[in-house]
Design a protein around this ligand. Structure first.
Ligand code: AHR
Length: 515
């Protein structure tokens, strides 16, 4: 009788405190046949847009800000910590206006370019191919070059491949490279064949683009003859499934290694709202668009499975992230926005989705690295801050090149009126040292969630963790308060028999390490 009363009391307390008790369960599955989570899923994107390159990464070698050949040292160090596997450049929409030959050779001889997509500003081309590829070497990231298909030529792209990849002095382009100060090739393997060919990359129809792709890909010889090129076809806009269907049907599979997909998260595309001043309805709407990635990845993958059951071609989500109104007083064409715990939630759920689809999603790029959209780094003259998104990308990097541990998840719902979203999202992997990592997010802004993780098959002896959360849903790191949101030790995960009991506070991201 006493037992019953105390149990009732516990249940009452849990109900009153709003803990989603007993509704969240995760079962870790066997992973013998599971894929590896390719590190490239954790890629980034640096476009010539606003102050991503000029005034962001690149301050020039005469700047007072500590730099290596003009690239900020603090940014290099931060991105090394993030273990950035690949970096996409020079766009985005900018890529289909960019002529790479204008960005090599002596800087004072380089012609200028008007950035017609982003703010109409004139750029002096002082940051070009050498600057970018050398910067990737400093960061330890593989370069992902996006070729100009919309307004360029086949010859121009073929020459770019030759310029960066041919052994020294074996061809006109590699001779030019050596004259410009670089002897050894950079061996760039990842190449985008245009960007958003359905829109800013040429307003093409999928059948037309498929033919154009075939033509370009034919001349993108691997001049190095060691590493094979990874050619990414410009992919669908969100749910344009016909685009993926046509590309998979019409492009010979030996000519294409990846098909792209772009999807952003927002409140409403026509009225994006403030990055920091939003209400719970707007938060819910943003999370709804972020979680739509699950459906998009599943349905594009199903089409790809029809044509490529062996899953040879990767789905490359080379633009994703939150998109809001620019910060008041900033150039509308520069897409400069702050980054709150809402963005941490977007990153947490999206990366879990990618991990769980690692059999097909083998590369992705957050838009964008510095000062643009869902940035991991913001700069203001000498100052540099790390955003909540940076911290999530850093916490999740334990999954890079680890073997996926598939999960079965049952989650409580986060409700708004008649609408419901899964409150908890998760993914898990086992790394080469045998350590299991589980990443979890609770997007509910007011209810904590208790999760019971069935770990029978694993016999874990110890658990440790880190958490990222904030007092308020609208909190962010500012130049005055740069460390308001940062990871902290997490102690609310306990091994209990063959289970693991985890309590996630509202709007939180957690990473657990289990041995
Ligand atoms: O990331 C900003 C822009 O969004 C990119 O230039 C373009 O590809 C997309 O529409």
């Amino acid at each position: 009788m006493m037992m019953k009363k105390s149990l009732q009391l516990i249940l009452l307390v849990l109900c009153l405190s709003g803990i989603g008790f007993g509704q969240n369960t995760i079962v870790l599955q066997p992973n013998t046949d599971a894929p590896v989570i390719y590190a490239n899923i954790y890629g980034h994107f640096a476009e010539h847009l606003g102050s991503c390159i000029y005034g962001g990464f690149y301050v020039g070698d005469t700047s007072r800000i500590a730099n290596t050949n003009g690239v900020r040292n603090d940014i290099i160090d931060a991105l090394k910590k993030l273990k950035v596997p690949n970096l996409r450049w020079p766009g985005g929409c900018f890529a289909d206006t960019y002529h790479w030959k204008d960005g090599v050779g002596p800087k004072n001889n380089r012609p200028a370019i008007v950035n017609r997509w982003w703010g109409g500003v004139t750029e002096d081309n002082s940051f070009g191919t050498h600057d970018f590829l050398n910067m990737c070497e400093l960061i330890g990231a593989k370069p992902y070059l996006a070729g100009n298909v919309g307004s360029g030529t086949v010859q121009e792209l073929a020459d770019w491949v030759q310029y960066v990849n041919a052994p020294a002095n074996t061809s006109p382009m590699s001779k030019w490279r050596v004259q410009n100060g670089r002897t050894n090739p950079w061996n760039v393997t990842i190449w985008g064949v245009g960007n958003e060919a359905w829109g800013c990359g040429g307003n093409m129809k999928p059948e037309y683009y498929a033919n154009v792709f075939r033509q370009y890909a034919t001349y993108m010889t691997d001049w190095n003859n060691s590493d094979k090129l990874f050619r990414v076809a410009s992919g669908a806009n969100v749910d344009d499934y016909n685009w993926t269907e046509v590309l998979m049907r019409d492009i010979p599979h030996n000519m294409m290694e990846g098909v792209a997909l772009h999807h952003y998260s927002f409140v409403k595309w026509s009225e994006k709202g403030s990055a920091t001043d939003y209400n719970e309805q707007q938060y819910f709407a943003t999370m709804k668009t972020a979680l739509r990635m699950e459906e998009l990845v599943t349905r594009h993958s199903t089409i790809m499975d029809k044509y490529d059951p062996a899953k040879r071609i990767a789905l490359v989500v080379d633009e994703w992230g939150g998109w809001y109104n620019v910060e008041p007083g900033t150039n509308p064409g520069f897409l400069y926005q702050q980054n709150t715990i809402r963005d941490a939630m977007i990153a947490g759920v999206t990366l879990n989705i990618f991990n769980n689809h690692a059999d097909r999603v083998r590369m992705a790029n957050l838009a964008q690295a510095v000062n643009v959209l869902q940035a991991v780094i913001l700069t203001n003259k000498e100052q540099m801050i790390l955003t909540p998104t940076f911290h999530v990308m850093e916490m999740y990097n334990v999954h890079q090149d680890a073997k996926l541990l598939p999960i079965q998840i049952k989650t409580a719902q986060y409700t708004m009126g008649n609408e419901k979203l899964p409150a908890v999202s998760a993914s898990a992997s086992v790394n080469k040292e045998g350590i299991t990592h589980i990443t979890l997010t609770n997007i509910d802004p007011s209810k904590p969630q208790e999760i019971s993780i069935d770990a029978k098959a694993h016999a874990f002896k110890s658990v440790s963790g880190r958490i990222l959360t904030a007092k308020k849903l609208q909190d962010f790191n500012s130049f005055d308060n740069p460390n308001l949101i940062q990871p902290a030790a997490f102690s609310d995960a306990k091994i209990s028999g063959t289970s693991l009991i985890v309590k996630l506070p509202p709007h939180s991201v957690v990473v657990l390490a289990l041995k």
